[in-house]
Design a protein around this ligand. Structure first.
Ligand SMILES: [Zn+2]
Length: 443
């Protein structure tokens, strides 16, 4: 089994596949040939895995510039599927798959479900969105490939999600972590106990989340929650999966993808264990091979053997996307770092939003949090205000000492912050329009 093979065997196979991929893109994708030649590189220059560093990077902009199909290495008639990003910040990026690509992807996701503790015969409620987004269909075909009963419910319609959990009794829930919390809270609201469902495993991803959020979800549902990573430009979900046994980093599907971590400023590789931007090269994809794709995701990697016995490289949880990094008065921070410290405070519900404001020329940061519902109900009206003032001071201090930022802390009553049915919106940037949010604040 490649996942527990000696690393020299894994790397030997990676090199063979890398050489093959470089040859193919050189022959079939004019964009790559031109880029390689600009750097005086031909496929013969790739003789060891480190030689990948000689190759130019590929970015989201390259995909957009070649919208929709110009980076494909096969003719359209060989494609059996297309997916695309939403294109909210510009033209969408389009990705395509041959029949073999779809089969490979399904096998990658099937293995990911196994890594997370799933097995044939399980029932999987797939609350990832179906459609052009790769999440829904990615988990769908992976589940079927493994021999899991897939419920293709897609995202949203929370009442229906709950009804299906009750009636069909799935053992695995797939969704974004923020949507899982939403489902659990709605169950409690409807008088059910999420800890008493048939669910045993959660496969959560498509947004950065912290270990503290994991503990909240595991406690809420009494399940084991594992992190799945992927992005459509590389293949979709399944590029890496956290194991049930270790829950300590995500095993990269190294038989399909070659990972590098670079300093996003200097573009030089960083040492193992150091955080940087993840870069992936596909090793087996036919339709859209991708060379040194800069993901914009910040993480570190480790090649240390995992307690589960796998020897594949593990990546840390995604700390955040470079685009999501908040820079206020020279201090950089990711929402996941705020989450890490915030969620530990037991008086707070696992919902938050970071608002960025500009008052005259000064940038300010407002952290909107919600008070824990139980606490809110139990506290009498005259004690509520002093309690909130104390809590505000506590959160302020925690953020100041851990995140090195002074934040205005806004505490909301239960259920006031927006709930996610897909990817949670953690940052609201008002700096361009200089407006405050219209949510009601307790303090
Ligand atoms: Zn492991």
């Amino acid at each position: 089994m490649i996942e527990s093979a000696d690393r020299s065997i894994i790397q030997h196979r990676q090199l063979q596949d890398l050489k093959h991929t470089i040859n193919r893109v050189y022959q079939n994708v004019p964009f790559y040939k031109k880029r390689f030649l600009e750097q005086n590189i031909t496929p013969q220059n790739i003789q060891c895995l480190e030689d990948v560093q000689k190759l130019p990077f590929t970015t989201k902009k390259d995909l957009r510039d070649h919208y929709p199909f110009s980076l494909f290495a096969v003719e359209q008639k060989e494609l059996v599927r297309l997916h695309a990003s939403s294109g909210t910040s510009g033209k969408p990026t389009v990705v395509g798959y041959t029949k073999k690509d779809i089969e490979d992807w399904a096998a990658i996701v099937a293995r990911a479900i196994l890594i997370a503790g799933g097995k044939p015969g399980d029932m999987l409620q797939n609350a990832y969105g179906y459609g052009l987004f790769t999440g829904g269909l990615g988990l769908h075909y992976g589940g079927e490939n493994l021999g899991v009963t897939v419920i293709p419910i897609s995202g949203g319609n929370t009442d229906r999600q709950i009804q299906i959990i009750q009636d069909f009794q799935p053992t695995i829930l797939c969704s974004t972590p923020s949507y899982a919390i939403n489902i659990g809270e709605k169950m409690i609201e409807q008088g059910m106990n999420p800890r008493e469902t048939s669910l045993k495993i959660g496969i959560f991803g498509a947004e950065p989340w912290s270990d503290e959020m994991r503990r909240k979800i595991e406690e809420l549902f009494q399940i084991k929650a594992c992190d799945i990573y992927g992005l459509s430009e590389v293949v979709g979900p399944g590029v890496a999966m956290e194991c049930y046994e270790g829950q300590n980093g995500l095993h990269i599907a190294e038989d399909h993808f070659l990972v590098e971590v670079i300093d996003p400023e200097t573009l030089k590789p960083v040492p193992e264990g150091t955080e940087g931007e993840l870069v992936f090269t596909s090793l087996k994809k036919e339709a859209l091979p991708i060379i040194r794709y800069r993901t914009g995701d910040i993480a570190s990697i480790s090649t240390e053997k995992c307690i589960c016995g796998r020897t594949t490289t593990r990546m840390s949880r995604i700390k955040g996307r470079i685009d999501d990094m908040i820079i206020i008065r020279g201090v950089n921070i990711f929402p996941s770092e705020i989450e890490h410290h915030l969620i530990k405070i037991k008086e707070i519900a696992p919902h938050y939003q970071v608002h960025l404001l500009r008052n005259s020329s000064l940038d300010e940061i407002e952290l909107h949090v919600e008070i824990n519902e139980e606490l809110f109900q139990q506290t009498s009206q005259n004690l509520l205000h002093p309690m909130i003032t104390t809590l505000q001071a506590e959160i302020y201090e925690k953020m100041k000492s851990n995140c090195l930022m002074s934040m205005n802390i806004k505490i909301h009553p239960p259920k006031e912050l927006p709930r996610s049915e897909g990817k949670a919106i953690r940052i609201v940037d008002h700096r361009k329009k200089c407006m405050k949010g219209d949510q009601h604040e307790l303090c």
